[in-house]
Design a protein around this ligand. Sequence first.
Ligand SMILES: [Fe+2]
Ligand SMILES: [Fe+2]
Length: 164
Amino acid sequence: MAQAPINNPILALSKEHRFILEQMAGVEAVLKQPDAEAMAAHLRSIESAFMPFVEKHFRFEEEVLFPAALEAMPVGPTIRVILQLTREHGEFLRWARDLFAWARSSRRFEGLEGAVRRQDIKAGIDLIRQHSHLEVTDLFPRISGNPRCCQMIEAVLARGVTGF
Ligand SMILES: [Fe+2]
Ligand SMILES: [Fe+2]
């Protein structure tokens, strides 16, 4: 899926969540099968589209959205939620890179309970679901409800310096 044009950045990011969560639902569906090789094949089939998409999504949030929110709303709840979301980006990327590396490696023949544990895979899927939910129900409404923050985001995008 191509990334959505960012005319309304918050709406575009919300739509991108749909793609990310759909891909994770696919991983979860394969996870229900006992077959480690089917799991690995599914992961290999989505990695090249999924990882750059997620990395760009996180980068936009960290380089444009979060700084604007911190500057426009430098209060405890905003700071806390952004700290948590930033930490979760790192956790999710580590999880995803490990998982895709496993899918490409010969260690996958050790099976899901060997090199990669089924519950660890589920933990990463749950993490990104909760993360997306927190953004959509907490941070994004704060940003949308703050005209100054929206203007700052639009101004950064209009300058075109970030590559988004
Ligand atoms: Fe995020
Ligand atoms: Fe997001």
